[in-house]
Design a protein around this ligand. Structure first.
Ligand SMILES: [Mg+2]
Ligand SMILES: [Zn+2]
Length: 176
């Protein structure tokens, strides 16, 4: 399996200050679904890893999250794409769990279950915490500016306007 790892909010869909709690709140960023679908057609195994603290805060139920994911999958399917694995931290930050990014338990346990190898695989995120996770698991971090603005990205990190541009420059230009 050739993994490609994505954060969700601010990368695939637009970030909202008041959280994404219903399918109606989930609005894809221009070009992101086409890019994921193209990667899928090139044989990538698409993993989304996401902090969903609205669950732990009691603002959203697991059924709400499942219905948001169903909308993501059905919208992606129109472009021929699919998310293969959706890993999420359901905790409140105050829980101090092991799985909330920038911790790595979600991806570590997935690797133990599947034997997947993250070495140098692309990892797209909009926050420094995503970059930290990517570095810890040996993936290749790529920052996008379509979500939370990062005023001071680490100088060694590639930064692009959005996922479509980032994947064009770092994935598709390499494999074609
Ligand atoms: Mg994000
Ligand atoms: Zn957690």
């Amino acid at each position: 399996m050739k993994p490609l790892i994505l954060d969700r909010d601010g990368v695939i869909n637009k970030e909202r200050d008041d959280y994404i709690l219903t399918p109606k709140d989930w609005i894809p960023i221009k070009g992101s679904l086409e890019a994921i679908s193209k990667a899928k057609s090139q044989g990538f195994y698409i993993i989304v890893v996401s902090n969903q603290s609205a669950l732990g805060r009691g603002w959203m139920s697991i059924e709400d999250l499942n219905s948001i994911n169903r909308k993501m999958q059905s919208t992606l399917a129109k472009f021929g794409g699919r998310i293969d694995a959706f890993l999420f931290c359901p905790h409140n930050p105050a829980d101090n769990c092991d799985c909330r990014k920038p911790k790595t338990a979600l991806l570590d346990s997935f690797r133990l279950r599947t034997g997947i190898n993250y070495k140098d695989c692309p990892f797209f995120g909009d926050r420094i915490s995503d970059i930290e996770v990517a570095k810890k698991i040996g993936a290749r971090p790529i920052l996008v500016n379509s979500g939370k603005a990062n005023s001071n990205p680490p100088p060694d990190i590639l930064v692009y306007d959005d996922l479509a541009t980032a994947m064009q420059e770092t994935v598709f230009n390499q494999t074609t």
